[in-house]
Design a protein around this ligand. Structure first.
Ligand SMILES: [Zn+2]
Ligand SMILES: [Zn+2]
Length: 464
């Protein structure tokens, strides 16, 4: 086959699920990697994509859609074996990826000792610093070219998922690929809805996160915000405190801005102290830095300098007592990472103060995997006690526990509509568990009978 006709896709994930996102495109003589993530549920080198599929120094460009670790966590390892690859992302993503990766080194280092994983850390702080200076910032809606003869045109489009997130269109020889990354088509409180192209897409690579989880018919975001305000208000009124476990990046800033708006509107008392802690503070600083320029709502609003009266817990990582700096008392909101209350995080440690008191509440505003401490707590919410730590005695479970839907991912119906609008001849389903991808496969096969809908098996090369 002449090189100009080469046009293939290969998934470098190790499984058909969410995590360690990494996809190889061959467009003519150019080889491009979309995302380089780690898998949150795997340990050691097993949490990396299948980089062994890539010969040393064989990649021309790496594009990172956004800074969540399932899309960017393996970048230093990939760059180590692909030294000539140009690395492209938005300016916001550069700053966020940098912080996420440095934090990741710290987490991996403590896991090496605590969980005995000798491969960790998979990269070092100095490796991140060395590669960061080579990352190239590109803005949404400003096309650029790369490749051996600059033959690939590329354009980023805002994805509405978190700060700096994009979908990307790549064109070569009259054919184009569009990769959604993680996308939200609706406005969130901070993030502005995605602005994706519909036309001239030959291959659509789409996330499928919520394919198996239809949104309930009466859902409105405002209704969910009101329900959250009620839960916080009643907790405070009965003399308790609320713990809101949060992902440090994205969900934390959305929630903090919701709290700010609720205080402004009088739905919550302006004087309720809000504590933040864990990785959240660093991520919020970066949001403030881009307050005037990012694709977002509330332009100019800064959380930490003037916008909100947040109480910041000390950043010090202390092995055994991460909560010494966060005073537990009644009448407070504790917005602490991590979102799934993963062991050794601030929200996990602090839960022991909240659980045994019937006046308190724990309010989940994001996804908690069923086998995570947060997921287990949600399942056990009617039980009398909860095993928070693997060792030690169970804790009496007396507080109120609620869950709210503030997903930063498009609903399955919105993604289905989008795929229909593009009428792409090839649709490749990624970033979803098996049932989620199967729903899209069945639905889109009926919607687009002339298109090829594919669930890519790890490693298989798909020609387009
Ligand atoms: Zn994401
Ligand atoms: Zn993701």
């Amino acid at each position: 086959m002449p090189e100009t006709d080469l046009f293939t896709f290969q998934s470098l994930t190790r499984a058909t699920d969410i995590g360690a996102n990494c996809y190889l495109l061959q467009m003519g003589s150019s080889r491009i990697i979309l995302d380089a993530g780690t898998h949150p549920k795997r340990e050691g080198a097993d949490n990396l994509p299948d980089f062994e599929q890539l010969p040393y120094d064989s990649i021309d460009a790496i594009i990172i859609s956004h800074s969540h670790l399932d899309h960017a966590g393996a970048l230093p390892v990939l760059v180590r074996c692909q030294p000539s690859a140009k690395v492209f992302m938005t300016e916001e993503t550069i700053e966020l990826v940098d912080s996420m990766l440095h934090n990741s080194v710290n987490v991996m280092t403590s896991q090496r000792d605590e969980l005995d994983i000798p491969e960790f850390p998979l990269f070092t702080h100095s490796e991140i610093n060395a590669t960061k200076s080579d990352w190239l910032a590109r803005r949404a809606n400003q096309p650029f070219t790369f490749g051996k003869n600059q033959e690939i045109s590329c354009e980023f489009f805002p994805a509405g998922h978190i700060l700096g997130s994009i979908g990307v269109r790549l064109e070569f020889n009259g054919k184009s690929v569009f990769y959604t990354g993680d996308v939200h088509f609706e406005n969130q409180t901070l993030s502005k809805a995605a602005a994706f192209p519909n036309d001239n897409i030959d291959v659509l690579i789409t996330e499928t996160t919520r394919g198996a989880a239809p949104r309930r018919a009466d859902y409105t975001r405002q209704g969910e915000i009101d329900r959250l305000a009620d839960a916080i208000r009643t907790t405070i009124d009965r003399g308790g405190s609320t713990l809101i476990p949060l992902f440090a990046l994205g969900k934390s800033q959305e929630l903090l801005l919701i709290l700010h708006e609720l205080k402004k509107s009088g739905q919550l008392d302006d004087n309720i102290p809000v504590y933040v802690g864990g990785l959240t503070t660093k991520m919020t600083v970066t949001h403030d830095r881009f307050a005037d320029t990012a694709h977002r709502n509330h332009l100019g609003f800064r959380f930490l300098t003037g916008g909100m009266d947040l109480i910041i817990a000390s950043k010090k990582r202390k092995k055994k007592d991460k909560n010494r700096s966060i005073p537990y008392d009644s009448g407070r909101i504790y917005a602490l990472s991590s979102g799934m209350m993963t062991a050794n995080t601030v929200s996990h440690g602090f839960a022991r103060h909240i659980l045994p008191n019937e006046r308190n509440s724990i309010l989940f505003v994001g996804y908690a995997a069923p086998d995570s401490p947060g997921g287990l707590l949600l399942k056990a919410r009617d039980a009398d006690e909860f095993q928070l730590d693997e060792e030690g005695a169970p804790i009496p479970l007396r507080c109120q526990i609620e869950q709210f839907d503030f997903s930063a991912h498009a609903t399955r119906d919105e993604l289905r509509d989008y795929a229909r609008k593009t009428a792409a001849p090839h649709v490749i389903l990624v970033h979803g568990d098996e049932p989620a991808r199967l729903w899209f496969h069945e639905t889109l096969s009926a919607d687009l009978p002339d298109s090829t809908i594919t669930i890519p098996a790890p490693g298989d090369v798909i020609s387009m």
